[in-house]
Design a protein around this ligand. Structure first.
Ligand SMILES: [Ca+2]
Ligand SMILES: [Ca+2]
Ligand SMILES: [Ca+2]
Ligand SMILES: [Ca+2]
Length: 540
């Protein structure tokens, strides 16, 4: 019976949070005060808004999912995570984008060309939704011949189910341009006007002929004749260095249309693995891969010998034409373990790289295509003997495609211990007097060791014991750990943001929670990630 009660308490304590499926608008400008409307099932009501990240606050309670927020004028542009927390429960987080440009809302009716909503001022970020099957949102923009209009969508990146299609038409309705996806499911294009005149920008949901759409199908779209970044080359740089980077995009460096801008960028010595960089006066940024190894550029030599790398090294290259194979040789000691890592798709490249390892005689040793849910190869490899080895990189469909968009960063280094902690729920509830069990998966890719999980930031009245994770067997793999939180019977109702952290050497590694942001009948469309877990102690 006691066991039964304990199980019951655990299951009550881990009840799923309320399900939030949208916030509209899905973003706002620095300095703005706006009314937000959350959608979902069983939303806490009334609720307070909990913002993960700086520069944004609620101006009062949220009633029936609706409330007002204020964005600080100096709020850093980018994504915040929003949760509604009520006396009885809380939602999982919802992403919200803070922008720097003027904003407006779409105004229905705007389905037909003659109803197109005029956009007088550029740049602008428009907030809209495509909640029913026939909905098309049409905007009318004036352009001079040769001016380049950038259309940049934000929907899937913010967790909305929306998969936008953009069409550019002239006033007669002739389709001049159509785009569904660019580097992600969100569209990004530059359209150069062939003549002075008004043009129509039409937005539609790609699935709207095939499946049910609903009010969760929201979007943000920026229209600008100003600078916008698309990629950076090389796509990575060494931390602590000043890198000469060439940005590609539109309307850069005072030019109109597709253009490039070269500039020096200082990469901090503590830059994250994916470091956002920007150039000119572009309002957006692109991600630069960073690492500790010295950089090199692909030599793009044909035939023998392959390009020599001295380890550790990161080399930046492209599958610049059909059939391109890039070959690199390196020497190593017997029994030495190396990490061979390719970043491509993860950086927005169109390439899906394949890594092949050959010995000094050209004999095949190993092939890696995709690793752990990414199409980018990653290989921990122990050299069977001292000698020279060759790594060959190619695109998986390289016989049919290639070009500057097929870029990659390839690094060979001596690996550091690599630990990833994951936990399933970003928002947790724990009643006073109850216990809550949190599952944590501990993945160790190299040199697994014993670890201890610590909680950082638990509210008063809630305790947890530091949980040791036994060293898994010598080989890499995942071990399951459990953290048990205990709330005192008199624990005060409230909420707190906390983290589950392990120390790996000197470096803290925090557990990442992931959750479904949107789904349709085909399955999950977007997933969220955060290291900030929210613990709610509900009012009894
Ligand atoms: Ca609409
Ligand atoms: Ca419409
Ligand atoms: Ca190449
Ligand atoms: Ca691949």
């Amino acid at each position: 019976m006691r066991r039964f009660l304990a199980l019951l308490l655990l299951s009550l304590a881990t009840a799923a949070p309320a399900d939030v499926s949208r916030v509209f608008p899905n973003g706002a400008r620095q300095g703005a005060s706006v009314t937000l409307e959350f959608g979902g099932e069983a939303l806490p009501d009334p609720a307070v808004l909990v913002v993960e990240g700086e520069g944004m606050r609620a101006l009062g309670p949220f009633v029936k999912g609706v409330g007002k927020v204020e964005i600080a004028p100096d709020a850093a542009p980018g994504v915040r995570q929003l949760r509604l927390v009520g006396p009885k429960g809380a939602t999982s987080p919802r992403p919200f984008s803070i922008g720097t440009l003027p904003e407006a809302a779409e105004k229905e009716p705007n389905n037909a060309r003659e109803q197109a909503q005029p956009v007088e001022q550029l740049p602008i970020t428009l907030n809209g939704s495509l909640p029913n099957r026939p909905d098309i949102d049409t905007f009318r923009v004036s352009l001079k011949q040769g001016e380049c209009l950038v259309v940049a969508g934000e929907a899937r990146v913010l967790g909305a189910p929306t998969n936008l299609v953009v069409r550019i038409r002239d006033l007669a309705g002739t389709e001049l341009r159509v785009q569904m996806d660019h580097r992600t499911r969100d569209p990004l294009l530059g359209f150069t006007a062939p003549a002075d005149g008004d043009y129509l920008v039409e937005l539609q949901e790609v699935m709207n002929n095939y499946s049910e759409v609903n009010a969760d199908y929201v979007y943000r779209v920026t229209l600008t004749k100003g600078p916008w970044l698309d990629t950076v080359s090389p796509p990575g740089a060494r931390r602590g260095s000043t890198a000469r980077l060439t940005f590609s995009g539109w309307n850069l460096g005072g030019q109109s249309g597709p253009s490039q801008l070269a500039t020096d960028v200082a990469v901090p010595s503590d830059a994250p693995d994916r470091y956002p960089v920007t150039a000119g006066v572009a309002p957006n940024s692109v991600l630069l891969a960073t690492g500790s190894a010295p950089d090199a550029l692909e030599a793009e030599t044909e035939g023998d010998p392959p390009q020599l790398l001295s380890l550790p090294q990161a080399v930046h290259g492209t599958f610049g034409r059909r059939g391109d194979r890039d070959r690199f040789r390196f020497s190593t000691e017997a029994g030495e373990t190396l990490l061979l890592n390719v970043d491509a798709r993860e950086l927005g490249s169109f390439a899906d790289p394949v890594l092949t390892l050959l010995d000094g005689t050209g004999k095949f040793l190993q092939l890696v295509d995709d690793a752990e849910g990414s199409s980018d190869p990653r290989l921990y490899w122990k050299a069977p003997a001292a000698g020279v080895y060759t790594a060959v990189l190619r695109d998986v469909a390289g016989t049919a495609r290639g070009g500057p968009e097929f870029f990659y960063r390839f690094s060979i280094s001596r690996p550091e211990p690599e630990v990833r902690l994951t936990t399933p729920a970003p928002t947790l509830e724990l009643k006073p007097g109850a216990k809550l069990e949190i599952a944590v998966s501990v993945y160790q890719a190299y040199q697994p060791s014993a670890l201890t999980l610590h909680m950082e930031g638990l509210p008063a009245g809630v305790t947890a014991t530091a949980v040791p994770v036994a060293a898994s067997p010598a080989r890499a793999g995942t071990t399951q750990a459990k953290v048990i939180l205990t709330a005192a019977p008199d624990a005060a109702p409230g909420h707190a943001s906390f983290r589950i952290v392990a120390r790996v050497g000197d470096a803290p590694v925090a557990a990442t929670a992931s959750w479904v942001l949107s789904k349709d009948r085909s399955g999950t469309l977007a997933t969220g990630k955060t290291e900030r877990l929210l613990l709610v102690v509900p009012t009894p």
